[in-house]
Design a protein around this ligand. Structure first.
Ligand code: ZN
Length: 437
C-alpha cells in the first residue's frame, strides 16, 4: 500500500475523537505495521482533562417546511458539527443562522466545526447555500448519540540501544479530511517502517523511537498522563502534520529552542531541503506539540508541516478545515519527500554527539595532511579552525553548527575527518577536557 492508497481508503471515514470511524481507521493502520493500541475509557481523568464520550451521528439534515432537503449528513460528514447535541424541531431563520456554520474563506466548501467541550447543536454548509435561505422557518433534524466509549491510541516502538527516546506524533481525527492530518499519520508510518527495516538489517538506532497515532490534544494528554515514567527519557520529537499540500516544509521550534533536538534538526534542515523554512514555537501552527512542550512535561517537541509561509493570506493552507481538503490536494511525491526529509533529520539526530578532543593545543594540520590553504580557500581554512577550536568535549556537533551558523552536515564532515585521523572521538555525554573544570 502506498501512502496515497492508505489515504484514499481512510480519508472519508467519520474519524471523530472517540468514535467507530476513528477505531476503524486505526485498526486498518495496525495491519500496516506492528502497533500496540492503548484504550482509555470515557470519563477517565487525565491530568486536568477528562476522556470524552463516544459520539455518533445517525442522521442530520435541514429541510424546508415543505420537506425539501437542503443539507444532509448522508451527503458529507462535515454537514454536522462534530460532537453536536441532538436536536429536532422547527426554528426561525435567525435562530437557524446562529447554528449554521460556513467557511470564512471558501464560499463553496463545507467548514469543519467541532464543539467537543462546549455543548451545542449545529450544522455546516457552503456560504453559497446559506445565502439562499430566505424562508421564515426551517425544520432541523440532528440525531446524534453520546455514550461511554474508549479513546484509542496506536503506538509503534522501534527499540534503540538507549532508552532515550525520540517521539513522532500525528493525529488521526478529523472526519473526511486529508492534509490535516491523515498525511502526518501515513508519513509517520512510512518513517517507522524505514526505521524498523534498518533495525532488522542490523543497524539498530541509538535512540528508541515511538510513533503515536492519536486523536488531537486529548490523545496526547491521555498518553502522557499514563506514561509519566517515560517522559524523562523523551529527548525530543517531531509532531507531523499537513505534509501533502504544495508548500515548502516548515520546521517549528520547540518551547526550548536551545535544546539539542532544536539545534540538530534546525541546523540540518536546509542541507536536506533547500526550500524549507524554520519558525519559532507557536509561530507556524499550533497542535499536539504543545502538550509535550507544556509545564511538567517539557519535551523539546518540534513540528514539521507544509504550512504556507507567513505572508500567505490562506495560511495554514487554502483548504484547511473544509470539505475541500481532499486527496486531490496531496501527492504521493510530496508525501515521499516529507518522509525522506524526516529520515534525513533523524539521521543527523543519531549522529549528534559531543566531540571530544584527543589532541591538546592546536592541531599540527600539515602533519596530519588536513591543512587547508587560506590563500586558495580562505573559507575552508577558517571553517576548519572554527570547528577544531570547539572540539572540547563540551560541544555537540549541533552546538558547533549553531554557534558557527553553518549546516550540521558541514560540521559532521569535518568531525568525521578528524575522527578518521584519531584526533577526536564522539561521546553521548559531555566530557570536558578543560583542565580548569
Ligand atoms: Zn485541524
Amino acid at each position: 500500500m502506498t501512502m496515497l492508497d492508505s489515504i484514499n481508503e481512510l480519508w472519508y471515514l467519520p474519524r471523530e475523537l472517540v468514535s467507530d470511524g476513528f477505531d476503524q481507521a486505526l485498526t486498518r493502520l495496525a495491519q500496516e505495521i506492528p502497533m500496540r493500541i492503548h484504550h482509555y475509557p470515557s470519563g477517565e481523568q487525565c491530568w486536568t482533562w477528562r476522556i470524552p464520550e463516544k459520539w455518533t451521528c445517525q442522521a442530520a439534515y435541514l429541510e424546508t417546511l415543505g420537506g425539501k432537503r437542503l443539507i444532509d449528513y448522508a451527503d458529507h460528514p462535515l454537514h454536522v458539527v462534530s460532537y453536536s447535541l441532538p436536536f429536532v424541531g422547527v426554528v426561525g431563520r435567525d435562530e437557524l443562522l446562529e447554528h449554521l456554520h460556513v467557511h470564512p474563506r471558501l464560499p463553496d466548501a463545507i467548514p469543519f466545526v467541532f464543539k467537543y467541550y462546549e455543548r451545542n447543536w449545529g450544522l455546516c454548509c457552503p456560504q453559497t447555500l446559506r445565502d439562499q435561505l430566505n424562508d421564515e422557518q426551517y425544520r432541523v433534524v440532528i440525531r446524534t448519540h453520546f455514550e461511554p466509549g474508549e479513546l484509542k491510541i496506536g503506538e509503534v516502538v522501534i527499540p534503540g540501544q538507549s532508552p532515550q527516546t525520540f517521539m513522532l506524533v500525528a493525529h488521526l481525527c478529523h472526519p473526511a479530511m486529508v492534509n490535516d492530518d491523515l498525511t502526518g499519520v501515513v508519513v509517520g508510518i512510512e518513517v517507522a517502517k524505514a526505521l524498523l527495516r534498518q533495525a532488522q538489517e542490523g543497524d539498530k538506532p541509538y535512540y528508541t523511537y515511538r510513533l503515536l497515532i492519536l486523536p488531537e490534544t486529548i490523545g496526547s494528554v491521555a498518553y502522557l498522563s499514563h506514561h509519566e515514567h517515560l517522559i524523562p527519557d523523551m529527548a525530543g520529537g517531531i509532531f507531523l502534520e499537513m505534509l501533502g499540500n504544495a508548500s515548502p516544509h516548515a520546521l517549528q521550534h520547540s518551547f526550548q529552542p536551545h535544546s539539542q533536538a532544536d539545534r540538530c534538526l534546525s541546523m540540518s534542515l536546509q542541507s536536506i531541503d533547500l526550500q524549507s523554512y524554520t519558525g519559532a514555537y507557536r509561530s507556524v501552527i499550533n497542535n499536539d506539540e504543545r502538550q509535550f512542550n507544556a509545564p511538567g512535561v517539557r519535551v523539546p517537541m518540534l513540528s514539521l508541516s507544509r504550512v504556507e509561509p507567513p505572508e500567505s493570506p490562506t495560511r495554514p493552507y487554502r483548504e484547511y478545515h473544509s470539505s475541500a481538503d481532499t486527496p486531490a490536494i496531496v501527492s504521493q511525491e510530496r508525501l515521499e519527500a516529507s518522509r525522506d526529509l524526516i529520515l534525513g533529520l533523524i539521521n543527523a539526530w543519531e549522529h549528534n554527539q559531543f566531540v571530544v578532543n584527543r589532541f591538546k593545543g592546536e592541531i599540527f594540520c600539515s602533519g596530519y595532511g588536513i591543512w587547508v590553504d587560506y590563500r586558495t580557500n580562505p573559507e575552508g581554512h577558517r571553517r576548519l579552525f572554527d570547528i577544531m577550536e570547539r572540539c572540547d568535549g563540551e560541544h555537540t556537533v549541533a552546538d558547533i553548527a549553531t554557534e558557527l551558523q553553518i549546516s550540521f552536515q558541514a560540521v559532521w564532515e569535518v568531525v568525521q575527518m578528524l575522527e578518521s585521523k584519531e584526533l577526536v572521538r564522539l561521546s553521548r555525554t559531555p566530557e570536558s577536557t578543560d583542565p580548569h573544570r
